[in-house]
Design a protein around this ligand. Structure first.
Ligand code: NAP
Ligand code: MN
Length: 270
């Protein structure tokens, strides 16, 4: 079994990485940054975003697992004191070919510029925001004009990203077994002249959302933790990726709703 570790770079994460290499060596696992079977992320959910983008060309092959060195994460759901148990389960379940994999849907984003097209893949979300002025953008759903958006911006999230930025925008939490994307508004302007839907919308697979920025000035585009300032993007197509998903190795069950409960409510009811 080949593995790789992506860590946050802080002292605790670095120490755990070192410990994991030792444990892995004992089990005969091979460190491999080229085509790892498993990528272990040590840090936070942000670290998992880095790990995902670093290995996004290997999504067919590689499964991810995360240890959190801060608060409980959604992608990083193992604690540091479970490191040994994780290494042990990893070794046994991979050698006995009984590793459980869950697959989460991703959002595919395609920019059209005068030069051509560029594709991105989001694990959490894509956002489009104005920088120095109100963002004005036409929104089409399934190739039909839907609305002219005016406000701070638009956030298009995956189900597993629904607990991140989308949640701060009052979007719904979506179970990652649902192949869908969610469109949430960021401070839309609504009055007698300007009108947007005002509520988050959930689109199924095969539906698409096209955004046409109306300004000639730069806009801020983000894909997960990656930020770009551009003035050359003519349109952006967002849809649930038709053929790509992210694989997470589930060495033990930890249901999504339990993670939601532990992360946001956190009380143990007696
Ligand atoms: P960051 O500013 O460190 O992340 C913001 C927070 O979002 C961190 O606490 C991070 O957890 C958490 N987070 C990331 N993915 C999550 C998920 N799927 N579910 C629940 N929480 C999640 O930046 P970053 O670590 O590079 O992460 C980038 C992400 O930050 C973006 O994808 C966006 O979702 C999120 N963000 C949120 C807001 C907001 O809520 N208002 C604004 C901007 C960006 P860790 O501490 O474990 O990394
Ligand atoms: Mn972070």
């Amino acid at each position: 079994m080949n593995y790789f570790v992506v860590d946050r770079g802080d002292d605790i994460s670095l120490r755990l990485t070192e410990q994991f290499h030792q444990l892995a060596k004992g089990y005969g696992m091979v460190l491999d940054g080229t085509k790892p079977d498993i990528v272990l992320s040590i840090g936070g959910d942000g670290t998992m975003l880095h790990a995902f983008h670093r290995f996004r060309h290997l999504l067919e092959h590689t499964a991810f697992v995360g240890i959190h060195t801060g608060r409980l994460g959604f992608y990083a759901d193992w604690t540091p004191d479970e490191l040994e148990e994780l290494a042990q389960l990893m070794y046994h379940q991979t050698t006995e070919s009984r590793m459980q994999i869950v697959e989460y849907p991703l959002v595919e984003i395609t920019f059209t510029t005068a030069e051509g097209m560029e594709s991105y893949l989001a694990l959490n979300e894509f956002t489009l925001r104005g920088i120095a002025e109100t963002m004005v953008a036409q929104l089409n759903i399934n190739d039909e004009m839907f609305e002219m958006f005016r406000g701070d911006g638009i956030c298009i999230s995956t189900p597993s990203g629904s607990t991140a930025y989308n949640k701060a925008l009052n979007g719904a939490l979506i179970h990652p077994s649902l192949e869908a994307l969610q469109i949430a508004e960021i401070a839309s302007i609504n009055n007698r002249v300007f009108r947007t839907l005002g509520s988050p919308m959930i689109l199924p697979k095969h539906h698409s959302c096209d955004i046409y920025p109306q300004t000639k000035k730069k806009v801020l585009l983000s894909v997960d933790h990656l930020y770009l300032q551009r003035d050359d993007v003519l349109s952006i197509r967002c849809k649930v990726s038709p053929d790509q998903k992210v694989k997470f190795a589930r060495f033990r069950p930890f249901p999504f709703w339990s993670r939601v409960q532990k992360a946001f409510i956190g009380m143990d009811y007696k």
